[in-house]
Design a protein around this ligand. Structure first.
Ligand SMILES: Nc1ncnc2c1ncn2[C@@H]1O[C@H](COP(=O)(O)OP(=O)(O)OP(=O)(O)O)[C@@H](O)[C@H]1O
Ligand SMILES: [Mg+2]
Length: 478
């Protein structure tokens, strides 16, 4: 990267005093752009000064004959050649002629206001300025307009979010540090190129990949009218979604490939060395069945996830009573809990806890949370399933919830925000050994999104975890 030390006086002369970055460190591209901006501004100011002098000259030329005529009239009155009334009428006629004389006001106003940024509105006409500012405000992505010197005239709210230092009157080099963008703006101003696309990485306030389009607007003739429009499109979200999709496909195929590879290995062994070994055949067939079961589970989970994702915007229509549903799931998981020597206790809420929901999906949520507590909790430990209600708070209605608490080893805080990601597992090997695919909590999260519900996870290492799914109670929704 090109970097150069600059004299602080030189920087101050370019109005970089408020620069939050260290003054002595700036990229060569940024510095060159600042110099070009200063040159262009100096040029515009010289033009404005010349126009002011010409206007003053025109004003002087205009009043000269009036003053001369007034002097002649005064002389005639004094010499007695003109009567008092006639002299008064002549002076009146002169002043009237001066007022009606066509005035080149645009040139004068241009000249007077041309060297200050604040008078752009006066010079250009308030309504004209308002209308192009309104267009920039209405652009649905970050957008800003620059004048002929590359100085910022106006920006919309999204541009202010993208560039925290942005302020009208700043040169582009103080809005963005990207050398590519500054070069594109310079090129558009110099060559009047209609459209230049550049890609930049903005690091402040957070790192983002941004596509910028620099468009040259038709020349208006006025130096402070918008000459260049720069629009930005944040590609970070698009990148993130693309990455997530790629990760998901990679994870899903990896998860399927592992049991498939072991199935093929067993088949080859049974066809070859273990062909006549009855004991080995029995053992291998058992292992093959468990691998096939794992693949079925994974495909079921993937299908379930895609079904829930497809329906996420369709609000559920049924009514679900949480006490009854929790009792049903606890009962259906009794054999699993027994096999793990775990004891599941249900604590019901006194009154019915009804929500607007899809019973099958709520059963799926509770099944995964209770199965997790059995799988990852302490062997022989207690699992408490509790149904409860929170009184209405502020604008939101009463909440009803189901919590599942185990006495397992707990989950370290750094894992908590990622648990609902697809295929995320705290310990991949141990989870796989327990038959986990890492999709359960992702399905839970999607189901809760569809139900406008919420998943809270509280965990203490060595003490256990509590997963709580809460919902707006039916009839109290705000
Ligand atoms: N009660 C719990 N205690 C400790 N860790 C947990 C608990 N519940 C979930 N986890 C961790 O969160 C990870 C993700 O859980 P999730 O339910 O999404 O997947 P899974 O149980 O591994 O697979 P699946 O639910 O698809 O069979 C688990 O692999 C485990 O590491
Ligand atoms: Mg699970």
């Amino acid at each position: 990267m090109f970097e150069r030390r600059y004299d602080p006086d030189y920087l101050a002369s370019m109005d970089l005093a408020n620069d939050p970055e260290p003054k002595h460190k700036m990229s060569l591209g940024t510095a060159l752009s600042s110099v070009r901006w200063a040159e262009r501004r100096a040029e515009a100011e010289t033009r404005a000064r010349e126009a002011l002098t010409a206007a003053k000259r025109r004003l002087a030329a205009r009043w000269m004959p009036v003053v001369a005529a007034a002097a002649i009239l005064t002389a005639l009155v004094l010499l007695g050649a003109l009567g008092g009334l006639a002299a008064f009428a002549a002076v009146l006629a002169l002043l009237l002629a001066a007022a009606v004389w066509p005035l080149d006001s645009t040139a004068i106003i241009d000249a007077i206001s041309g060297n200050t940024m604040t008078s752009v509105g006066t010079r250009q006409g308030e309504s004209e300025r308002n209308s192009w500012c309104a267009v920039i405000d209405a652009i649905p992505t970050a957008a800003l307009a620059l004048d002929a010197t590359g100085t910022l005239l106006h920006h919309n709210r999204l541009a202010a979010e993208m560039f925290p230092r942005i302020r009208s009157g700043l040169p582009m080099s103080q809005v963005s540090r990207s050398p590519d963008l500054l070069v594109a703006v310079d090129r558009a101003l110099a060559s009047e190129e209609e459209r230049i696309d550049v890609e930049l990485i903005e690091r402040v306030p957070v790192e983002r990949r941004v596509a910028a389009t620099v468009s040259w607007l038709a020349r208006s003739g006025k130096p402070y009218a918008p000459h260049v429009l720069v629009t930005f499109r944040d590609l970070t979200e698009q990148d993130r979604l693309g990455q997530m999709r790629a990760d998901f496909i990679a994870n899903a195929s990896h998860e399927l490939r592992t049991p498939l590879a072991s199935l093929r290995a067993f088949v080859e062994t049974l066809q070859g060395p273990a062909r006549d070994d009855a004991n080995a055949r029995k053992r291998f067939l058992q292992l093959m069945a468990s691998q096939a079961e794992r693949m079925t589970r994974l495909i079921d989970d993937l299908l379930s996830l895609s079904r829930v994702e497809m329906r996420v915007h369709l609000p559920p229509r049924g009514i679900v009573e949480l006490n009854e549903t929790a009792a049903y799931v606890c009962q259906s998981l009794e054999p699993v809990a027994e096999a793990a020597k775990a004891k599941v206790t249900l604590v019901r809420e006194g009154a019915p806890a009804r929500i607007r929901g899809d019973r099958e999906e709520i059963v799926q949520v509770l099944q995964n949370l209770i199965q997790n507590a059995i799988k990852y909790g302490r062997e022989g430990g207690n699992i408490e399933v509790r149904v409860g209600r929170d009184a209405p708070r502020g604008a939101s209605g009463a909440k009803v919830w189901v919590s599942v608490t185990d006495e397992g080893p707990g989950i370290a805080p750094e894992h908590l925000p990622r648990l609902t990601e697809r295929f995320y597992r705290v310990n991949v090997t141990s989870s796989r050994e327990k038959g986990g695919t890492g999709l359960g909590l992702a399905i839970v999260k999607h189901i809760l999104n569809r139900h406008r519900g919420e998943l809270r996870i509280a965990s203490r290492l060595g003490a256990g975890s509590t997963f709580t799914a809460s919902f707006e109670e039916l009839g109290t929704a705000a």
